[in-house]
Design a binder for this molecule. Structure first.
Ligand code: GLY
Length: 577
C-alpha cells in the first residue's frame, strides 16, 4: 500500500517535505484502522438470511430482525418457535449448542446449553442386577431425561448478546403456542413412532393422542401450558423456568412418574461459554463446537487425515473410499476418548495434531477397507430414530448464529410433566451406559462418556462456520451420529465451489466405526462407485433412516451475494432480504 502511495507522490511531483507529512499521515491512518477494526471484523453483508426447518420459525426470525433485533435475538426467537412448531425435535425440555460470531468484535463463542445428568444419576443406573442394560429405559419416560439447558441458553443469548428484551424475542413463540398451530406431517409421523411410550404420559396423551390415537396432520392445536411456561420465562428470565412454579411442576411431574430430578438440579443449571475449535483445511477455517459435542474434534480429525491426499485428482471411488476410512478412524476416537471436559481429560490437542493424522493415515490402503475390528478399540456387545433441529442466521451487520438443538429422538422421552407443556428430552441415552453397549444411534463409548451426576452427555451436534477467501458458510443439520459426516460432506463440497442449495441437497453417506457399514442414500454412489467400494471390502447399506435436514446460509465476500437453502428432505423455509 505504501508503495502505491509513494508511486502517487512521485507521479504528481509532490514536494519532499509534504511527502514526508503524507507518508506519516498514511502510517497513522493504518495504525488507527488496525486499532479500531478489531481482529476478524469484516465488511457487512447487504442482506440478512434465515434458514430453519419450519416456515413459522423462519418467520419468527424475520419478524425479530425486522423489529431491530440482531442475529442473536433472531436465534432466540427461532429456537423458541421451533419448540412450538417442531416439538418432536427440540424444545424447552432439551438443549443444544449455539455457535456465535459477533461482527463488531470478531469474537466467536459457543453457548453450550447441553443437558446435564441429575445429581442422583449413577454410572450403572440403566443396568440390571446382572449388569445388563434394561431395555427402553434410556429412551422413554422421565428417567431418560437430563436437566434441560435450552431455556437457560435463550436467556443468556438475549441478555449477553441480544439488542431486544427477551420477552420481545419470545413473543412469536408465545403467540404460536397460544393461538395454536397446525399439526404438521412431521408431528404426525413422530406421533406414530412414539404413541406407545406417549400413552404413559397423561399430559402428553391429552395433547397429542386424544382418545388414545395420534392426532392427524392438518388439525389445529393450542398449546396453552407451553404458552404459559414461555410467558414465565419471558417475565422472569432464568428463574422463570429453573425456580418457582414451573420448576415445581416439572419436578413434581418427573418424580411422580419415577424420575429422579430435584428442584436443586434445576436451580443449579448453568450454560457454559466455550472457545470454538478451529481447523484449517484447503485455505478455509472451519469454526466448530468442542466437547461435550464430538462434532468439532471428529470433523477436525477427519479433515486432518484427508488433507494429505490430492482428492480432486483422484477417481471419485477413491475419494469416497478415503473419506469413509477417515471417518472410521475419527469416529473411533470419538468412542474412545470423548466426554464432558469437566469430568474427563481428553487428548484433544493430540487428536487434532498433524502428526496424529500422519499416524492414522499409515493404516489406510487405497485398495482395501480396514475392518473396524482391526483398529485398536472397543467392540460392541450387540448390534432409532433421530430428532434434532438446526437453523442458520446472518444479519446485515455480519453477526451470525449456527444453532443445533435437540431433545434427542422423536419427541424425546415422550413425557410432559403436567401443567408445563414441556416435552422432556431423552438425552441420557447419549451417555455410554456400559462400555461396548451401543446407544440409540449405535454409537459406542467408554468411561470417558459414562454417566456421572452433573455431567454433560457427549453429543454429535455440529453447528459450523466455514470462513475462506470465497466467503462464509453457516451450516448444520439434525441426524444423530450422522450429523458429523453430513456436515463434513457439505463443508468439503462448499470448498469445492458448490452453492447453498447444493450443500443442502447433497446425497450423503456415512461411516461411524461401528457398525462397520457404509450407510448411504440412494444416489450417493454411482453403480461404478458401489462396485469399487464393495471390491475394497466395504459393506454398503442403503439407509432406511432419514439423512438429515440441513439449513445453510452463505455469504460470498467477492460478490456480496447472500444465499440460504433448506434441505429438500425437510419442510423448512428460508428468507433472504
Ligand atoms: N442427541 C443427539 C446428539 O446430541 O448427538
Amino acid at each position: 500500500m505504501s508503495n502505491v502511495l509513494k508511486g502517487t507522490i512521485a507521479r504528481y511531483g509532490i514536494r519532499p517535505d509534504t511527502r514526508s507529512v503524507l507518508l506519516r499521515a498514511f502510517a497513522l491512518l493504518v495504525c488507527v484502522s488496525i486499532w479500531i477494526l478489531p481482529a476478524g471484523a469484516q465488511p457487512a453483508p447487504a442482506k440478512s438470511a434465515v434458514a430453519t426447518a419450519h416456515p413459522l420459525a423462519t418467520r419468527a426470525g424475520e419478524e425479530i430482525l425486522a423489529a431491530g433485533g440482531n442475529a442473536f435475538d433472531a436465534a432466540v426467537a427461532i429456537s423458541a418457535a421451533l419448540a412450538v412448531v417442531e416439538p418432536y425435535a427440540s424444545g424447552l425440555g432439551g438443549g443444544g449448542f449455539w455457535l456465535l460470531h459477533e461482527a463488531d468484535s470478531g469474537r466467536q463463542i459457543v453457548v453450550d446449553g447441553r443437558e446435564v445428568a441429575p445429581a442422583a444419576a449413577t454410572r450403572d443406573m440403566y443396568l440390571d442386577a446382572r449388569g445388563n442394560p434394561r431395555p427402553g429405559i434410556t429412551m422413554d419416560g422421565p428417567l431418560a431425561a437430563g436437566i434441560p439447558g435450552e431455556p437457560a441458553a435463550l436467556v443468556h443469548l438475549a441478555k449477553r448478546y441480544g439488542r431486544l428484551p427477551l420477552a420481545t424475542s419470545l413473543a412469536p413463540a408465545i403467540r404460536y403456542a397460544d393461538e395454536g398451530i397446525e399439526i404438521s406431517r412431521g408431528i404426525g409421523m413422530g406421533l406414530k413412532f412414539r404413541a406407545e411410550a406417549a400413552r404413559k404420559s397423561p399430559a402428553f396423551a391429552a395433547l397429542y393422542l386424544p382418545g388414545g390415537e395420534p392426532r392427524q396432520a392438518g388439525a389445529t392445536v393450542r398449546f396453552r401450558d407451553l404458552a404459559r411456561t414461555l410467558q414465565r420465562l419471558a417475565a422472569d428470565g432464568h428463574d422463570g423456568f429453573y425456580r418457582g412454579d414451573v420448576a415445581r411442576r416439572l419436578v413434581a411431574g418427573v418424580q411422580a412418574a419415577g424420575g429422579i430430578w430435584t428442584r436443586d438440579d434445576l436451580a443449579a443449571y448453568k450454560v457454559i461459554e466455550r472457545e470454538p475449535i478451529r481447523v484449517q483445511y484447503r485455505g478455509a477455517t472451519l469454526v466448530m463446537v468442542p466437547p461435550p459435542s464430538s462434532g468439532g474434534v471428529v470433523l477436525g480429525d477427519t479433515l486432518n487425515i484427508l488433507r494429505a491426499y490430492d482428492l480432486a485428482s483422484l477417481p471419485s471411488v477413491e475419494r469416497k473410499h478415503l473419506t469413509i476410512e477417515a471417518l472410521r478412524r475419527a469416529y473411533r476416537d470419538r468412542a474412545m476418548y470423548l466426554g464432558d471436559p469437566a469430568f474427563v481429560s481428553m487428548p484433544i490437542e493430540r487428536l487434532l495434531s498433524p502428526w496424529y493424522a500422519d499416524g492414522q493415515r499409515t493404516s489406510i490402503r487405497l485398495d482395501r477397507a480396514t475392518p473396524s475390528d482391526n483398529l485398536p478399540g472397543i467392540a460392541p456387545d450387540t448390534g432409532g430414530g433421530t430428532n434434532t433441529t438446526h437453523f442458520s442466521v446472518l444479519d446485515k451487520a455480519g453477526n451470525r448464529v449456527a444453532g443445533t438443538l435437540s431433545i434427542n429422538t422423536w419427541f424425546g422421552a415422550a413425557f410432559i410433566p403436567p401443567g408445563t407443556g414441556v416435552i422432556l428430552n431423552n438425552e441420557m441415552d447419549d451417555f455410554s451406559i456400559k462400555t461396548g453397549t451401543p446407544n440409540g444411534f449405535e454409537l459406542l463409548g467408554t468411561a470417558a462418556n459414562a454417566i456421572a451426576p452433573g455431567k454433560r452427555m457427549l453429543s454429535s451436534m455440529s453447528p459450523t462456520f466455514i470462513e475462506s477467501p470465497r466467503g462464509v458458510a453457516i451450516l448444520g443439520t439434525p441426524g444423530g451420529s450422522r450429523i458429523i459426516s453430513m456436515v463434513l460432506l457439505s463443508a468439503m463440497a462448499w470448498m469445492d465451489g458448490v452453492d447453498a442449495e447444493q450443500m443442502a441437497s447433497l446425497k450423503r453417506y456415512h461411516h461411524q466405526y461401528y457398525p462397520d457399514v457404509v450407510a448411504y442414500e440412494e444416489g450417493a454412489f454411482t453403480a461404478d462407485e458401489k462396485a469399487g467400494l464393495e471390491a475394497r471390502g466395504h459393506k454398503l447399506e442403503l439407509s432406511q433412516r432419514s439423512f438429515g435436514n440441513m439449513q445453510v446460509v452463505t455469504w460470498d465476500r467477492e460478490t456480496g451475494r447472500v444465499d440460504a437453502a433448506s434441505d429438500p428432505r425437510g419442510g423448512g423455509e428460508v428468507t433472504v432480504y
